[in-house]
Design a protein around this ligand. Structure first.
Ligand code: NAD
Length: 496
């Protein structure tokens, strides 16, 4: 019988009762390895009710107790990261070192959240008026939900839950149904760390569970990471139901390579950022904009590196790139390569011809040159190991192209000229910018977020903006009677 992946409700694994399931595959072998329960509206309601009770208790826990739980969780996650990496690779397909990297970036968010006592400090204004003090405090929202994508099954939940829990909320996670097991591993670690039952919940599911969370009156806020059409839907539905929403969407990240760039350094950076995790990263570089004379040497340097990338099962040591998440997605990505070729772009390396394992959802690396902005290979988020090169004559032309793109998650400039880099940082309309750094994911004490179609809402994720998102500000204006006027003699002079 097929293994069934359950929910995690009120501190324990809970089998689904909806009778609906979704298959889970090992993308490296193409085999179905399990099926995951899909929560019904009623199951969501019952789990949120448990979370609501837990949230009431948890907000009473002291800051030092919360911090102690987070420290223990951090240690457990650190010590058991190899186990978690294996779980990620088995369902996502990314190579083990990359799965380890995702956990390391998630750990940063836990480490940040251990500082809750410092982060939740308010301000105080003594004597705002005579005898009047004003101060502000930040309080948790109650039950908050996170809806996460397949491509980072541990890191993205950690972006959200560490901060939400540190702030005193109960967190309900609806992970991707494509790789649901990492979320249960996190749940077990939270329990072992001493988090009270119900403060961290996993509801496996699809649109039905998402809609139930978006409309549930006891869910105060929703954090979402995924594709742009769903992000827009989550934002519109969640806010229409009175919730606070931050919804991070898709991406089309450009690298701008200036003629003075170190070509070898830029090629190394672009290759790792375009093809790492088979291009299934929201911060993957998918377009290289080559300015002037740098184009041909850069294309040659990238092309020279691609045959050296080892493609295969992510559990095999020495593998650089694993499979894509599903057969359908692999075929869709392959379709873009054909469309680009037909539209007149130059296929320098064709991933469809690569010698990859026959089983599993593999596709080789593709480099496609002379791409122009109206081609689908340029306009669409492909989310696979396909790198397009657009050739332009000037910096201005490259900048205009990047700023005209509806996505605005990340971008990177490659140059030796500090003035040019600074100008780019000033001019570019993108949320996260790298200067000779291909994947500028902010460290945990900054916040993560794109602009335009890459983020709906006004708060970026994790870091200081995460603290704001998961708390409500309250301002207290206070006046105490003059102790000298007390009917009880407190020992104050009567004439002050
Ligand atoms: P997705 O949008 O298909 O799914 C994300 C989540 O939404 C999943 O939990 C899924 O179950 C749920 N969902 C899917 N369809 C739904 C629907 N119709 N109604 C309600 N919920 C629905 O995204 P994905 O394929 O899992 O992940 C890849 C996408 O995520 C890419 O577009 C990538 O750029 C994006 N992403 C963005 C960031 C970022 O930080 N901006 C980070 C990681 C991934």
């Amino acid at each position: 019988m097929t293994r069934r992946i359950p929910h995690w409700i009120d501190g324990r694994e809970t089998p689904g009762t909806s009778g609906r399931f979704s298959p889970v595959f090992n993308p490296a072998t193409g085999e179905q390895t399990a099926e995951v329960a899909l929560a019904s509206t009623d199951e969501v309601g019952a789990a949120v009710a448990k979370a609501k009770v837990a949230a009431r208790e948890w907000r009473h826990s002291s800051l030092s107790k919360r911090s102690a739980v987070l420290f223990r969780f951090r240690e457990l996650l650190h010590d058991r990261s190899d186990e978690l990496a294996a779980i990620i690779t088995a369902e996502h397909g990314k190579v083990l070192s990359d799965a380890g990297g995702e956990i390391a970036r998630g750990l940063e968010n836990v480490e940040f959240a251990t500082g809750a006592p410092q982060l939740l400090k308010g301000g105080f204004s003594e004597q705002a008026a005579t005898g009047v003090d004003v101060y502000n405090i930040r309080q948790p929202l109650g039950v908050v939900a996170g809806i996460t994508p397949f491509n980072f099954p541990a890191m993205v939940p950690l972006w959200m839950c560490a901060t939400a829990i540190a702030c005193g909320n109960a967190f309900v996670l609806k992970p991707s149904e494509k790789d649901p097991s990492a979320s249960l591993f996190l749940a077990e670690l939270w329990k072992e760390a001493g988090l009270p039952d119900g403060v961290f919940t996993v509801l496996q599911g699809d649109k039905e569970a998402v809609d139930a969370l978006l409309t549930h009156p006891d869910v105060a806020a929703v954090s979402f990471v995924g594709s742009t059409p769903i992000a827009r839907y989550i934002y519109e539905t969640g806010t229409a139901n009175g919730k606070r929403v931050q919804a991070l969407g898709g991406a089309k990240n450009h690298a701008l390579v200036l003629p003075d760039a170190d070509v070898e350094m830029a090629a190394d950076a672009v290759v790792s950022a375009a093809y790492g995790a088979a291009g299934e990263r929201c911060m993957a570089l998918s377009v290289t904009v080559a300015v002037g004379d740098v184009a041909q040497p850069l294309v040659d340097a990238i092309a020279a590196r691609l045959p050296k990338l080892v493609i295969g099962d992510g559990t095999t040591p020495g593998t650089d790139m694993g499979p894509l998440i599903t057969r359908e997605h692999r075929d869709k990505v392959a379709g873009y390569i054909g469309a680009g070729e037909q539209a007149g772009a130059t296929l320098v390396v064709d991933g469809r011809e690569a010698d990859v394992p026959a089983d599993g959802f593999f596709l080789g690396t593709t480099l496609i040159d002379n791409v122009t902005p109206e081609m689908t290979v340029y306009t669409d988020e492909i989310f696979g190991p396909v790198l397009s090169v657009v050739r332009v004559d000037t910096y201005e032309e490259g900048l205009e192209l990047i700023n005209a793109n509806p996505f605005a998650n990340g971008t990177a400039i490659f140059t030796r000229d500090g003035g040019a880099a600074r100008q780019f940082q000033f001019d570019v309309e993108v949320g996260m910018v790298g200067i000779n750094v291909p994947i500028p994911v902010p460290v945990a004490y900054y916040s993560f977020g794109g602009w335009k179609a890459s983020l709906f809402g006004d708060t970026h994720m994790y870091g200081p903006e995460g603290i704001s998102f998961y708390t409500r500000g309250k301002v207290v204006t206070s006046r105490w009677p003059d102790p000298a006027t007390s009917s009880v003699d407190l020992g104050f002079p009567r004439t002050r």
